[in-house]
Design a protein around this ligand. Structure first.
Ligand SMILES: C[S@@+](CC[C@H](N)C(=O)[O-])C[C@H]1O[C@@H](n2cnc3c(N)ncnc32)[C@H](O)[C@@H]1O
Length: 133
C-alpha cells in the first residue's frame, strides 16, 4: 500500500519487485490518473483510488505500507490509525526531515510499530518501522 502515491513510482517499484497485490491512494485526482497510466505503461497492476489521508479516517493498510509524506500527513496517519485496525507488519515512512524522525517514530510507536532502521541523506530521513508482535 502506497499512501500518497503521486506518480505511482513506489507502488510500481514494489510491483516490479514482486509484491502483489499492490495498491495506492492519493487525494489528488491527477495523481490517481498518473499512477494508473504509469502502472499500465510499466506493465504492472496497481489498484489506485482517491483517498484523503486528512479527512478520510483510518488509512488503508496492508502488510507493507509505504508513506513518502511530509510530517503533518505522517502525524495524521499516526493519529487516525489503520483501517480495520490492521497495523502493517512494516511501515516505511519517508519524506521527513531528520530533525522530525524521533517525533514520527514516537507517533507510530503507539500502534506497536518499532523502529528497526533509519536512513538519512542530507537533511532527509526515512524510517523502517516494524510491528513488534
Ligand atoms: C511527497 S509526495 C510522494 C509521491 C510519491 N509517493 C513519491 O514517492 O514520489 C506526497 C503525495 O501525497 C499526496 N497527498 C498530499 N496530501 C494528501 C492527503 N491529504 N491525502 C492523500 N494524499 C495526499 C500528494 O498529492 C503527493 O502525491
Amino acid at each position: 500500500m502506497d499512501l500518497g502515491c503521486g506518480s505511482g513510482v513506489l507502488a510500481i517499484a514494489a510491483a516490479k519487485l514482486g509484491w502483489s497485490p499492490v495498491a495506492g491512494v492519493d487525494h489528488e485526482l491527477e495523481s490517481v490518473r498518473a499512477t494508473a497510466e504509469n502502472a499500465e505503461a510499466n506493465g504492472v497492476v496497481v489498484a489506485v483510488e482517491r483517498f484523503d489521508l486528512i479527512r478520510g479516517g483510518p488509512a488503508p493498510s496492508a502488510p507493507l505500507v509505504l508513506a513518502n509524506l511530509l510530517r503533518p500527513l505522517l502525524l495524521c496517519v499516526a493519529r487516525a490509525g489503520f483501517a480495520g485496525g490492521e497495523v502493517p507488519r512494516t511501515l516505511i515512512a519517508s519524506g521527513l526531515l531528520s530533525t522530525e524522525a524521533d517525533e514520527i517514530a514516537a507517533a507510530f510507536a503507539r500502534h506497536g510499530l518499532v523502529e528497526t532502521d533509519r536512513r538519512a541523506s542530507a537533511e532527509w530521513s526515512a524510517l523502517v518501522l516494524r510491528r513488534s508482535e
